[in-house]
Ligand binder design. Structure first.
Ligand SMILES: Nc1ncnc2c1ncn2[C@@H]1O[C@H](COP(=O)(O)OP(=O)(O)OP(=O)(O)O)[C@@H](O)[C@H]1O
Ligand SMILES: O=C(O)C1=C[C@@H](O)[C@@H](O)[C@H](O)C1
Ligand SMILES: [Mg+2]
Length: 187
């Protein structure tokens, strides 16, 4: 675990029902869902995922939103979903892997307990095979994943209060490290 941006811990969110106790970001396969659910269990709170929220509102799967309306429209839906979730959820929240690409969404995260779950290509491939229906990784997934991480790593790091490495660690270990990073061990 490293602390790339201590200033990320300095604001507040004016949100009835929120803000979340933990916000998880990171690329596909980082373990946001797996670890997020474990962390929610450890904190005896609930888990929420903005990808699921977007699909529920749109009434269709994310790959179809990309095909029908394009990525810019998806990022707008995502910004709205993140805003709603930050205002209405005080448990553990996972964002979509690319949420941090949108400047407005990054702005919404200021001051919140955001954890970047980091993963390298090797473990990401082992975990998700990079063959699931992921709109941005459809062609040459390994190279696309590398290029995507080159662009995204600085942004994940910028908005995160801490980075938790996940390579070679069990989800339970990672969940523990998340609590540690946010000083929530005895919460
Ligand atoms: N630390 C870990 N070690 C080994 N396997 C893991 C770890 N974390 C998650 N996994 C496995 O990797 C796969 C992907 O994990 P998960 O769905 O939690 O990732 P995600 O970040 O939510 O991905 P997505 O962006 O697609 O929602 C799952 O099969 C999960 O069991
Ligand atoms: O990495 C990304 O850009 C994405 C990740 C998923 O969580 C979804 O939000 C969507 O498939 C886009
Ligand atoms: Mg997930």
């Amino acid at each position: 675990m490293t602390a790339p941006n201590p200033a990320a811990g300095s604001g507040t969110a004016d949100a009835p029902g929120g803000p979340p106790a933990v916000v998880l970001i990171g690329p596909p396969g980082a373990g946001k869902t797996t670890v997020g659910q474990l962390v929610a269990g450890l904190l005896a709170t609930t888990y929420r995922d903005t990808d699921a929220d977007i699909e529920a509102v749109a009434g269709k799967p994310i790959p179809e939103i990309f095909i029908d309306e394009g990525e810019p429209h998806f990022r707008e839906l995502e910004r709205a979903a993140v805003r709603d979730a930050l205002a209405g959820h005080d448990g553990v929240l996972s964002l979509g892997g690319g949420a941090i690409m949108d400047e407005g969404t990054r702005g919404l995260l200021a001051g919140l307990p955001v954890i970047f779950l980091d993963v390298g290509l090797h473990d990401a491939v082992r975990r998700v095979g990079l063959d699931a229906p992921r709109p941005l990784l459809a062609v040459n997934p390994r190279q696309a994943w590398r290029e995507l991480m080159d662009k995204r790593r600085p942004l994940y790091t910028e908005v995160a209060r801490a980075v938790v490495a996940t390579d070679g660690r069990t989800p339970q270990d990672v969940a523990d490290a998340v609590l540690d990073a946010l000083h929530l061990k005895d919460a």
